[in-house]
Structure formats: C-alpha cells, structure tokens
Design a protein around this ligand. Sequence first.
Ligand code: 9WN
Length: 438
Amino acid sequence: LETPVPAVADDLTLRRGAARVLLANWRGGSTIPSRGLYPHQWSWDSAFIAIGLRHLSVRRAQRELETLLAAQWADGRVPHIVFNPAVPLDAYFPSPDFWRSSRAGARAGAPSAIETSGIVQPPVHALAAWLVHLADPDTSRRRGFLARLRPRLAAWHDYLTGPRDLGGEGLAAMVHPWEPGMDNSPSWDGPLSRVEPIAPQTYRRADLDHGRSAERPTDLDYGRYVRLAADYRDAGYQDTAPQAFAVEDPSVNALLIASEHALARITDETGGDPTPHEERAARLTEALVRRLWSAEYGMFLCRDLVGGGLVAERSAAGLVPLVVPGLPAPLVETLLTTAKGEGFRLGELPMVPSYDLGGHAFDPSRYWRGPAWFNINWLLERGLRGHGLDQEADGLRDAMLRLAGASDFTEYVDPHTGAARGTRDFGWTAALTLDLLA
Ligand code: 9WN
C-alpha cells in the first residue's frame, strides 16, 4: 500500500493561507501564537511573527515589536509573555495572578500598568527589527522606528550580558526551561532533576484543554516549571538570588550574537557608532565556542551552571549557532556533518528534528523531545544560506513550505512522517512560511 502524498499547495494558496492565520491571530497591537493554546503575546514568537508580517503589513510588523518592547522592565528584561487583560484568567496557566509582575517585579522595574511574566525568551528581537526595517526603509525612517526601538534593544542586550551572565564567563544564562523556548528538551532533564516539583493539586494545566497530553510536557515537568517560576517570583525576580536551575544554551547565545550584529546595523543606521556592538558580538562568539563547543559531539552543548559541566544531550539547540555570521569555518563544516549524520539526517528527512533521532529520550510527538519545529528550521535554513550552503538550505526551504501547507501551519511535525503535531494555525509557522516565499 502506498502512503497518499498530500497535494502540494501552490505559492499563492500558501501565501493566502499563511496570511489568513496571521490576520485571524492579530489582536490589535500584536499577534497571538495560537487561538486556543496561547492566547497572549509571547516574546520570541512575536519576533518570528514580525519577520513574516513585514511581507504583509510593515506597519503591523513594526507594531508587533513596539507592543512587546513597551512591556520591557526597567532592568532591561523583555518578558516572555505580555498578558492581554481581556482574556479570562483560566485560559492560560500560569496566568497573571501567578506571576504578579507589577507587584512582585516592582524592584526589578516591572511595568505597573501591564501584567507580564517575569522570565525571558531568546533575543531574536534586534534581528527581527532590522529585517522589518529592511522591508521598507522609507516608512521605517519616517516613523523613527529604529530610533525608538534602539535604546530598548540595547538595554535588553545589556541585561542579558550583564545580570544574566551568571557563569561570569561572558554568556547569557537562562534560569527556567521556558526561557530558551524549548521547554521539555532532554537537555533539561538532568538540571531539572534537582528541582522539587510543586504538588499537582495546587494548580490547573490549561494547556491540556487544547493540546494532547502525549504531545505536551509531563505533569512532573510542569510541577518543576511551576516550582522554579514561583521561587523566582518570591525572590522578586532578582538575578542576584541563587538559582536552582541555571544553564547556558547555545541557541539563546547564538541568537544573541545574531541580534548583536543586527544591533550594530541598527546603531549605524540611526547615526551611532556600531563598533561596540560588533566588538560585543565578537566577544560573545569567542565565549560561545570556548564554553559550549564539544569536539567530541561535533556540535554545541548546553552547560549546566548548577551541577557543572556540559550536558551530554544532542538537541537542535546545538546546531542553531549556524546563524552566527563569524563562526569559524571548521566548526561550520563539523556542524554540517553532524546535521547530515544519523542524529538529525538533514537532507534525508524533510525537516531537522529538535532532538537526536537515536537519543535515549527521543519521542517523535512530544514537543521539544523530537518533533521538528518551523522556527528552528527557519534559523538553520538562514544559517546554511549565510555560510554559502545553498543546496542544503534550498532542500530545507522546500520541505518546510510543503509541510506548512499540508499541515494547516501546525506547531510542529513528526520528523519521520511530517505529520502535524501540536496546535494548528500557529503564528510563527505561518509567518516564516511568508518569509520563505518572499
Ligand atoms: C511556555 C508560545 C510558546 C513558545 C515556546 C513553546 C511554548 C509555552 C507553553 O509556547 O511554551 O512559554 O505554554 O508551553 O515551547 O517556545 O514560545 O508559542
């Protein structure tokens, strides 16, 4: 029996479908990731969404980033969720009454009139702002788009390279598994095992109203996520307090470097001196290689700052540094070999999985433990192209477009079959489809 091949949508149908998702998910000042599961504004989602939205409406793409950065805290952090007060509290957990940012985050400079979470997500924003600018430089200049955003983006990077350099070696650390955006990556199993889970009867998982439990993190994971977030909140969201979970993640730091290069371009465009930003990007690149490269694994690994040492798990986060423009050529070559090898099978499977296909924790359906995600594959596509690997980039691009169209812009796919997993009509899947089509 042959497996039926889904009809391939033509470019116009795809573009229309993606635009329909972004229009339906637009909430007046920003875009929600999905209508059921994620009814608020998320930080790195908004960056990816702005990158796609610029092909539909430059004005909305600018607005997306402006709305997010309007919720920035005085200490520079950009919160991972900006809550929409019109959405009922029980629609998403943890809700604003859990984070209590305006009160619990007051010392860290949380805004008093907007409720947000108190943790962060990967810094894709300066890169997004620069790409949005490039889509229509005249409108951008007329509106002073970059001039208004630049100080906020600079403060954001200062926060990550300052108070968040918990390891003291020049990289940004993440203090919660939600921060690197790959919540239940097997890389966190070890560091999380030290965290005492909060009792399940003390909260209600709203995500299971919308997502299949086999495709979501487990209850044990959630108990630990909630414990860490509650402890951080109870310490006033201060980064000086000791953390039970602290990791240096290669994807987060690679995105910081790509964004630092973008911040240099933004600074130059707005009449400033780009040199300090280029220098910081070079320092971060050196630290990334020194701290997180593993010659043995042929890729970058995460570093556990509490337990000490590199985490022996191969996740797609360790390939994302392909987006770093100045990555030394031998490392690019090794990353390509690893990506094409049996763990990730770039060029053989349609999209790159989030975790080693032969890894002990691999699960083709469960969230960040195997499924292939569109944002990560978009970053890999961009990275490959940036290093002149057009053939590999073209293959990834074609597969992403095919699967996005065939899956109703799903959140993630089974890496072997390409079957849709997670929620549908997902914001960044639609947005990045538009970007790949442009
Ligand atoms: C917690 C919104 C977010 C993404 C993350 C993804 C998922 C949230 C959740 O959804 O995380 O932040 O409730 O599971 O892991 O990358 O930004 O799309």
